[in-house]
Structure formats: C-alpha cells, structure tokens
Design a protein around this ligand. Structure first.
Ligand SMILES: [Zn+2]
Length: 463
C-alpha cells in the first residue's frame, strides 16, 4: 500500500511539473532597479530584466516575467543599478589616447599641422596602434562604451585589438593625400583599405570601413575613389566634415561651394556615410545630408576645446538627420567618457542657442544610444534593448554622493554620472567587465605598456 501511495505521489509531481510551461534556457539574465530600453516608446521597467541568449537579446520584461519564462545559465543581479544600452561613440581615433595631453590649448589647424601630424610621422607604427587601442579599449569598457567608430592608420591592428577586447567597432582605414605611416600615396591607402575590408567584413564585432580624412586633406580623385570603394563593398564611409570655418573658406575659394555642396557635386555622399562634426553648415547643407541619409557624429567636447564652434544640433534633430555623439580622439578631449559627451552635448546646445530647453537629458541619452546606432546605419542591430538586437548593455551605479538623491534616472545619467559609475559592460552577450573588473584585458599590463610607449613619444617630440 505504501508503495502505491509513493507511485501516486510521483505521478502527481510529474503532472504538476508538466503543467508548468518549460522554461527556455538562456545564457544570461541581467536584473536591475530600472531598465531603460531606448525603444521607440522610450519604455522603462522598474524593476526590469533582460534575457540574453548567445549574442542576442531575447526578451525584456519584469524580473518575475523573465524568471517565469527563462532558465538563466548565469544571472547578474545589478540590485539598485540602472541597466541601459551600451553607449555608442560615433567618432574617435582610438590610438590617439597615446597623445593625451601632449598638445593642448591650440586651434585645430595649428594643433594638427604643428603637433599631431609631426608626432604621428615619428611615432605611428603597428605596435603604437596596438598598444594605444588596448588602452583606449580598456577606457571604453570601463566607461560603458560598447561600440565605437574609428578613423586611423594600421586599422587592421585596431580591429585585432578591438576583437581581443570584445568591443564592437566600425573601423575606417584612413586615406590621406600626403605620405603617412601605413601608406606613401592615397592609392596605396585605398589598396590597404580594400584588403582591410575583405579581411574583416564577415567578423561579428567589426564593421570595416573606409575613411578619407577630410575634404581639405584629399583631392577629388581620392575622395571619389574612397566613396566608390565603400559603395562597392557596401561598407560605411567616414569623413571629417565642416569642422572649422577655415574648411568652409577653403572649399568656397577652391570650389565656390560649401563642403556639403561640393561633396554632393562629386557624388561622395552615400547611404552609409558618417560625417564627423558638421559644425559649419547651412540649411541647404542640412537638407543635402538628410536627403542622402548621411549620419552625423557630434563631438561637443573636442569642438569646444579646439574652439571649432557649435554644431546646429537642434536644426539637425528638427530636420530628422541621424545624429550620434562622439568624443573624438583623446588628444582633443582628453578622454573617451561618453557620459561627459552627453552632458556637454546638452550644455553646448543650450549655450549656443540661448535656450535652456535645447537638448534635454532624454535627447542627449538618445544621441549616445539609438541615435548613434542610426548615424552609423546599425539601428537594426544595436542602440536599444529590444528582442532580436545584439546584447550590448551596461549597468550603472546610482549610489555615489553626487547621485543622491535620485528622482529621475535619465537626468542623473546625463547630468551627474561619470564613466567610473559603470559597473558591468556586456557586448555581443559577453561580459567584458563585471563589478569593475575587466575580463578581456589585463589592466595593469595595458597601462604599463602605454607608459613604456609614452617614453618613445616623449623622445620623438622632444618633450
Ligand atoms: Zn576626428
């Protein structure tokens, strides 16, 4: 009889388990006080959870709903922290962290021609680029950047260091008219860019690109060839654009046109162009950029430091131009902290327009996430926490003195948070940093290598 009861109990237990829908196994679930999705409805969940399977987000919901539906291989309970999409830096030159603080307080053309170009001529090498990119990657992971757009030399070394660090990169091999470390001529640079595109076009973390430096550092033949190369492979084309009044003056003298109109006249603009700065533009120029689907990377800190001007952010937004945020290279910023970029984007827009309602906190956060994804033509993959997108997300602590009290997480993210407040950084479903411990790079070794290399930079420039 006893055995009969035991068998009956087993039957009941099995029936009960079977009645519950099976929970789908997922690799990772991240739970936090608030999940900011940055989806079209600007939905927030307090508390919230994100379910990740492999490289992708499979669901976003309340912690109870996610726990009921999924069996997590690993759970990160971020407690009181905020969970949000990883930040997207739409314009930088990663290895230039090695020139951080080397030449400050100068105008762009002086800074470039008297300091940066000569320093680059003496120091840029594959080793320099590798060491610099590792340092930049460490700083980006530690400050919550998960994707960055880059323009530099030996871009294949940048790609390798980026993959090793686990970050996502839109990486453009620079094309420039004069001889540089990795190409004696623009033709050589273009051939190098083509090899680079072929090598990395199928990589899950890298979007290879071609990066003609600027209108004033390339002739028409080079600009057209670079745009054609991008079109042929369907990859982004990155360029510095309308950064200074000087650039506009040169274009008007040489071509009797604005930079935007000239680039339009030679068929440069394409559906995958990403233009950095775009400060000195007319309403007609903005209309061209909108019509061509060009993304714009706004770099408020670099623009203020070099006194280049203030991009017409509110006009771009009103026109519906895809607008992202960037830090620019660390030599003109002098860091890669996207939280500061958000804050300065908001302040600069208010200051420049005498309108305190310009670029509110939510707009600045949009620019650093989904806006950046749009500007880089990657909004189907990244920029928000939505099922089907890549799992690129961060958790941010809100317990610092300067974050107390906390009424509005978006206000705090933009107006008081620092990169150092980021606790966890996840890219492509992989945990790159947890509790501020970076897993993909040896922090001490990366910093030591940068300090050793800095000695060579010091000797080369006589500092
Ligand atoms: Zn730049």
């Amino acid at each position: 009889m006893k055995q009969f009861y035991r068998a009956a109990l087993v039957v009941v237990a099995v029936t009960l388990v079977a009645a519950q829908p099976a929970r789908r196994p997922v690799s990772l679930v991240v739970v936090g006080r608030t999940v900011i999705t940055e989806n079209a409805a600007h939905q927030m969940l307090s508390p919230g959870a994100v379910a990740i399977s492999g490289t992708d987000i499979v669901d976003v919901g309340t912690p109870e709903a996610i726990a009921a539906k999924y069996q997590a291989g690993e759970t990160i309970d971020a407690g009181d922290q905020i969970v949000l999409p990883g930040l997207i830096n739409t314009h930088t030159h990663a290895p230039m962290v090695m020139y951080r603080g080397l030449a400050d307080d100068l105008a762009l053309m002086d800074w470039l021609q008297k300091y940066i170009f000569p320093a680059e001529a003496k120091t840029v090498s594959p080793e320099f680029v590798r060491t610099g990119t590792r340092l930049a990657a460490l700083e980006m992971i530690e400050s919550g950047t998960t994707t960055f757009a880059d323009m530099y030399y030996f871009e294949e070394e940048i790609a390798k260091a980026t993959i090793e660090a686990g970050l996502r990169g839109v990486l453009g091999e620079t094309i420039i008219q004069f001889p540089v470390a990795d190409a004696k001529t623009p033709a050589e640079g273009l051939a190098r860019a083509e090899r680079f595109i072929k090598e990395f076009k199928d990589n899950g973390l890298i979007v290879p690109a071609v990066a003609p430096h600027a209108l004033y550092t390339n002739d028409k033949t080079t600009l057209v060839a670079a745009a054609e190369l991008g079109r042929r492979y369907g990859v982004p084309v990155l360029i510095h654009f309308a950064e200074t009044e000087d650039e506009v003056r040169i274009a008007r003298e040489q071509y009797k046109m604005t930079p935007a109109a000239y680039l339009e006249s030679i068929g440069f603009w394409g559906p995958k162009t990403l233009a950095a700065h775009g400060i000195w533009v007319t309403d007609d120029d903005i209309a061209i950029l909108k019509r061509r689907g060009v993304g714009v990377a706004h770099n408020p800190e670099s623009n203020m430091k070099l006194a280049s001007g203030a991009a017409p952010v509110t006009k771009y937004l009103a026109a519906g131009v895809a607008l992202g945020l960037g830090t620019d290279g660390a030599a003109s910023n002098n860091d890669l902290d996207m939280f500061e970029a958000m804050r300065q984007a908001s302040f600069l827009a208010k200051h420049a327009t005498h309108d305190p309602t310009a670029v509110p906190a939510q707009t600045a956060l949009d620019m650093a996430t989904i806006g950046g994804a749009r500007a880089m033509h990657m909004e189907r993959l990244i920029g928000s926490l939505e099922p089907g997108k890549r799992a690129d997300l961060i958790t941010v602590s809100m317990s610092a003195t300067r974050q107390t009290p906390s009424y509005d997480p978006v206000s705090h993210l933009v107006y008081v948070t620092h990169g150092d407040d980021v606790r966890t950084t996840i890219v492509n479903g992989k945990i790159l940093m947890k509790d501020r411990q970076v897993r993909t790079l040896n922090r001490a070794a990366v910093i030591a290598a940068a300090n050793t290399l800095a000695q060579k930079v010091r000797e080369a420039v006589g500092r």
